[in-house]
Design a protein around this ligand. Structure first.
Ligand code: ZN
Length: 200
C-alpha cells in the first residue's frame, strides 16, 4: 500500500509543519504513517519523502538512497555529486545547522514537482539533530548528496520547495535531462545554459 504524493500547488506544501511529541512519534498512527511513507518513497522511487508531501503537515521525513538508484550514473558524476548509499532512516523534528556554507550546485528534483529538475545550490555540509522512529535523539553530520537530501527534506517542513532555490535557467524536464545533460559536468551545463560557472 502506498500514499498519494501531492503536487506543487497543493497548499500543504507551503505550510510550516508542526512538530511531533515523543508520544505521538511512538503512536500506532505515526508508526503506520512511517511504514506507508517508506513504501511510497520506494515505489516512486525517491531518496527522501517529507510528511507534507503525503498531505500531513507534521515534521517527519524518511530518507533512503539505495545503491541501485545510482546505477546508470557514471562513477565520475557520482564522485562529483559526493553520492553514496544512505540506509533507510526516519527523522522527526529535524533541526538543521550549516557546517560548511560553501555552495554546491547539482540537478535536483522533487516527487511533488513530477517530471522536472533544475540546478539547485545547497550548502556543502550540514548537521541535523532530531528524533528517530523510537523518539530517541539522533545527530547526523553529512556532506555531498546526503547533505543535499537533508536540506531538501527539511525545506519541505518549512513550506519550501527546490524551485524556490533553483537556478531557473536550468529548469528542465526529466526527459530532456536524461537525453542531453545526465552525463555532463555541472560546469559544462552552466556554460551551455548561460549560467555563471559554479564555485569550485
Ligand atoms: Zn521534495
Amino acid at each position: 500500500m502506498k500514499l498519494k504524493i501531492v503536487q506543487a500547488g497543493d497548499p500543504v506544501l507551503r505550510q510550516t509543519a508542526r512538530p511531533l511529541s515523543e508520544d505521538e512519534i511512538r503512536s500506532a498512527a505515526i508508526q503506520q504513517l512511517i511504514e506507508l511513507m517508506r513504501a511510497t518513497m520506494r515505489d516512486a522511487p525517491g531518496v527522501g519523502l517529507a510528511a507534507p508531501q503525503v498531505g500531513e503537515s507534521i515534521r517527519l521525513v524518511v530518507i533512503e538512497d539505495r545503491a541501485e538508484y545510482q546505477q546508470g550514473i557514471s562513477p565520475e558524476r557520482l564522485v562529483e555529486r559526493g553520492r553514496e548509499p544512505v540506509p533507510f532512516h526516519v527523522i522527526a523534528n529535524p533541526v538543521l545547522t550549516v557546517l560548511d556554507a560553501s555552495p554546491r550546485l547539482f540537478f535536483e528534483g522533487c516527487l511533488s514537482v513530477t517530471g522536472y529538475g533544475a540546478l539547485t545550490p545547497r550548502h556543502a555540509a550540514v548537521r541535523v539533530t532530531g528524533l528517530n522512529e523510537r523518539a530517541e535523539q539522533i545527530q547526523i553530520e553529512a556532506s555531498g548528496w546526503y547533505a543535499r537530501i537533508l536540506q531538501h527534506e527539511t525545506d519541505h517542513l518549512n513550506g519550501e520547495l527546490y524551485v524556490d532555490r533553483m537556478l531557473a535557467r536550468s529548469f528542465m524536464t526529466d526527459a530532456a535531462y536524461r537525453k542531453q545533460w545526465l552525463d555532463r559536468s555541472v560546469a559544462e551545463v552552466c556554460a551551455e545554459l548561460g549560467l555563471p560557472p559554479p564555485a569550485a
